[in-house]
Ligand binder design. Structure first.
Ligand code: PMP
Length: 349
């Protein structure tokens, strides 16, 4: 995206598919779709704009009405940008286990952040958002069930992928799922326009909800009625909540998933670090996790195959998380000896 535009909202989407040069298995054309190029640094800027503009058009969202949503962060940050640019107040509910910089970012953009106890997991923050909407007459964005989420990916992400990989060039597309909006929207386009493309879906090893085959209990409007039995906490923020969302289940029911991969937390972290140090591509933990799945799947493919992997957000959002655990503020021994190797401005601590 470059040039003169009328609003920051015009810069949502249109992210590049970047070739992976040093980490790709030999003979594989591996590309990554770098969603940190969105204005607030994540794939969720697309959903935020899609949900708000569809609700404006349908009349579900009135001028000046407050928007409320349960979000682990990126959706809240995207919504905060969209609401700021369009003049809607925003309230987000968020479990207190998610990274502190996410809350601060949303507040910086003018949103109110209502914390919920981590022990109540994703369902707790969701129920709080529903209650707030009902009590105060606010517009609930419902990212996990709202078709506008998947439709935005169909119109933007899916179209961009077909433009960049036309004529059945793409052998596989690899993604994780949170709301399942990316999965459902892009998969619909791929099935229609590139039926030979295999759709590979990744989930955490310790929360392999889809692989378990266990059904999700649902309440009103497709919202989750209980935590899924296969869920345990995992480090891939934004991936697999403690329930299978309606949009994700739709993708399963439509047979959009050709292959499921489970990813271990340490592999996700390592891939995120490798992308940074060996490719100069700076992404978060879910990006590392999706890349781990893309590498594993690529190794099963014949030479000359082309694979595209989603990288949902920037690594900058994870400075206070285990992703940065190995990075210390002080100089290590190698840095100290570099300092000592010349006489000027040597550092004594
Ligand atoms: N990774 C991160 C960091 C996210 O914030 C999200 C969105 N929750 C995803 C992956 C998954 O995207 P989707 O909601 O479209 O399934």
């Amino acid at each position: 995206m470059s040039g003169r535009v009328e609003s920051i909202l015009s810069t949502v989407g249109g992210t590049p598919a970047v070739r992976v040069n040093r980490l790709a298995p030999e003979g594989i054309n591996l590309y990554v779709k770098v969603e940190s190029f969105n204005p607030m640094g994540s794939v969720k800027d697309r959903l935020a704009l899609g949900i708000i503009e569809e609700a404006e058009q349908s009349g579900a969202l009135k001028p000046g009405q407050t928007v409320v949503e349960a979000t682990s962060g990126n959706t809240g940050i995207g919504l905060a940008m969209v609401c700021a640019a369009k003049g809607y107040p925003l309230v987000v509910t968020m479990a207190d286990s998610f990274s502190v910089e996410r809350r601060r970012l949303m507040r910086f953009l003018g949103a109110k952040v209502v914390l919920t106890p981590a022990s109540l997991k994703g369902t707790g923050m969701y129920q709080k958002a529903v209650e707030l909407a009902e009590t105060h007459g606010w517009f609930l964005a419902r990212q996990f069930e709202n078709e506008a989420n998947a439709r935005m990916h169909e119109r933007t992400t899916g179209v961009e992928i077909m433009r960049d990989f036309p004529d059945g060039e793409l052998d596989a597309w690899v993604t994780g799922y949170g709301t399942g909006g990316t999965l459902k929207g892009v998969a619909k386009v791929l099935r229609a326009e590139s039926p030979g493309t295999k759709i590979v879906v990744c989930e955490p090893e310790v929360a392999s909800l889809l692989a378990s085959g266990e059904k999700q209990e649902r309440g009103e409007g497709g919202s989750p009625a209980a935590s899924h039995g296969a869920f345990t906490p995992h480090p891939m923020q934004g991936w697999t909540p403690d329930f299978i969302s309606k949009l994700t289940e739709d993708a399963v029911d439509a047979n959009y998933i050709d292959e499921l991969k489970t990813i271990a937390g340490p592999d996700a972290m390592q891939c995120s670090r490798d992308l940074a140090t060996k490719e100069g591509i700076f992404v978060g933990i879910s990006g590392g996790a999706t890349f781990a799945g893309a590498l594993a799947y690529s190794r099963t493919l014949p030479e000359g195959s082309t694979v595209l992997c989603m990288l949902p957000d920037t690594g900058e959002r994870y400075l206070s998380t285990p992703l940065f655990e190995h990075v210390v503020a002080e100089m290590d021994d190698e840095e100290k000896s570099l300092s000592d190797s010349t006489p000027t401005a040597r550092y004594e601590d």
